[in-house]
Design a protein around this ligand. Sequence first.
Ligand SMILES: Cc1cc2nc3c(=O)[nH]c(=O)nc-3n(C[C@H](O)[C@H](O)[C@H](O)COP(=O)(O)O)c2cc1C
Length: 198
Amino acid sequence: MSQTKAAAPAAAAAAPPTGTEAEPFDVFLAMRKRRMHRDFRPEAVDEALMERLVYAAGRAPTARADLRHLVVVTDPRMIASIRQVCPGWLNNAPAMIAVCTDTRLSDELIGPGGVPATLMDSGAAAAYVSLAAPPLGLGICWVTSWPEEAVQGALYLPDHIRPDILIAIGHPVAQPPLAPRRFKPVVHRERFGSEPAA
Ligand SMILES: Cc1cc2nc3c(=O)[nH]c(=O)nc-3n(C[C@H](O)[C@H](O)[C@H](O)COP(=O)(O)O)c2cc1C
């Protein structure tokens, strides 16, 4: 595994990075454009764009403060280590954000209910990143298929920090076609089992 000097951890930006307030964008357009991308151009993702994705992840709802950790990875050697240990990494993204949970603090603050709550937290953070990506011209892919210890080792995570979702990030080569069936949940009105809403 390559040895990369870790930067000091930083709390998710308290002040929004440049551009998050000024530029209007339609969240419904972002929802329509959002897809998982696996084919990326080789160029690096600008730090300012990564910062905006970190901001998006930090704005997602959370069961408790301080449980969520983000590991931002842009070093090609670190990405290569991840690709090596992660069978679900089916993309060639040059960057990544790992959404992780402090399980020790979660046990302390929430107890056993902390497991589903923190997984929901991580899903919400990854969903926010997914919606922030299209207006920034970025594509992302969630990756969750891995041996946990291997990802922990590759990212130098302590035992009490659980990796939940790796978000591969880059400039997509093309927009994949829509998969319409995937976006149609079974909808019930007022009670389960009623006629699905039209
Ligand atoms: C919880 C979850 C886990 C996923 N895990 C992986 C994964 O390990 N590797 C991968 O390439 N895609 C993964 N995906 C992406 C799905 O395969 C993707 O949503 C699917 O291909 C449909 O693409 P779409 O979201 O663009 O419609 C995951 C998605 C979700 C929601």
